[in-house]
Design a protein around this ligand. Structure first.
Ligand SMILES: [Zn+2]
Length: 95
């Protein structure tokens, strides 16, 4: 079954793959033209979720038109890490 995530009203397909990119070592990737998110399938579940949150933050910033934020990997990663951790540490709060 294909997983999907709805972000600001748009559906993104989540695909777990053996290799995200042949050009460089990557844990995840989002394609804004096809609305597909690739995640490295070999990672532990918790890391997959964190990487997914990273790609979700890229999508949110892209949809908001925040190009500077969208291309700033450090900011994307720090916000994604923080959000993932808060949600993970308070699971009942978000159900
Ligand atoms: Zn990124």
């Amino acid at each position: 079954m294909t997983k999907a995530v709805r972000i600001l009203g748009l559906d993104y397909e989540i695909e777990e793959v053996e290799c995200v990119s042949k050009d460089e070592l990557r844990r995840g990737e989002i394609n804004f033209l096809t609305n597909r998110i690739k995640i490295d399938k070999t990672m532990p579940r918790d890391l997959k979720n964190q990487v997914l949150m990273h790609e979700i933050m890229h999508a949110i910033f892209d949809l908001f038109g925040y190009e500077d934020l969208c291309t700033d990997e450090n900011k994307v990663q720090s916000i994604a890490t923080a959000l993932h951790q808060v949600i993970r540490d308070n699971p009942k709060l978000f159900l």
